[in-house]
Design a protein around this ligand. Structure first.
Ligand SMILES: [Zn+2]
Length: 234
């Protein structure tokens, strides 16, 4: 069976501040039940699990969003994970290294889902900005950070090959949602106590672009520092 990762928008379009929501959650959910993203104006961080869309707001509050909520960027896919390993006592860097060594798929997209307990979790959530939008770097300064210890939950990660940096973040892009919804967001750092690690390798990237959005269609990306700005803000 074809394994498809659906992506709406690109990280590159966030760089110059093209933050308009160009796809509804209702439309997004037609392409999967598991994913990550952000809302219009970088309105928090989204974690999609089993078809439920959770938004971690910059206040730290976590809620489910309505179907008409819109996104400028999101990744979603139909969950079809395979067990990889039960892993324990690893820092973020150690875990990502273990994933590289075990999955051995550096040139394609894949998703890793870890359910377990984390000794430390450090996340951020962007604050919603309003038009005219500033650049991603400026908007990303406007974020709140959260930390928790000994928290249970799900870490949902997408790996993108280096070749696709710009469309996505090269390497791992992870979001977290605590089981009790006390903490979540875009993951900055963590330490895994113990977790069940599952993987799903994609053979197809379905890249959807907001061609109804005139600002996107007419924007000249040659003047933007796409690669370095993404590395700095993501
Ligand atoms: Zn993120």
């Amino acid at each position: 069976m074809k394994q498809v990762l659906f992506q709406h928008g690109t990280l590159a379009l966030l760089v110059p501040g093209l933050l308009t929501g160009t796809l509804t959650i209702k439309e997004l959910l037609q392409h999967g039940d598991t994913g990550i993203g952000t809302g219009e104006g970088l309105d928090g961080e989204l974690v999609i699990l089993q078809g439920q869309v959770y938004q971690v707001q910059s206040t730290g509050h976590i809620r489910q969003v309505p179907g008409d909520f819109t996104v400028p960027f999101a990744n979603i896919h139909h969950a079809d994970y395979h067990p990889l390993a039960q892993l324990s006592d690893l820092t973020q860097a150690q875990l990502y290294q273990q994933l590289n060594d075990r999955i051995k798929a550096p040139n394609t997209f894949y998703s890793v889902k870890i359910t377990g307990t984390f000794a430390k979790m450090h996340t951020r959530a962007a604050s919603k900005s309003t038009p005219p939008y500033a650049t991603l770097l400026a908007t990303a300064q406007n974020q709140q950070e959260f930390t928790a210890e000994n928290v249970s939950g799900t870490l949902l990660s997408y790996y993108s090959p280096k070749l696709f940096h710009g469309a996505a973040v090269a390497g791992y892009h992870s979001h977290f949602l605590a089981e009790d919804l006390t903490i979540g967001g875009h993951v900055l750092d963590f330490a895994l106590t113990s977790g069940q690690v599952q993987v799903q390798v994609f053979d197809t990237l379905e890249q959807h672009l907001p061609i109804e959005n005139q600002e996107f269609m007419q924007h000249d990306f040659t003047k933007d520092n796409i690669n370095s700005d993404i590395s700095q803000s993501e």
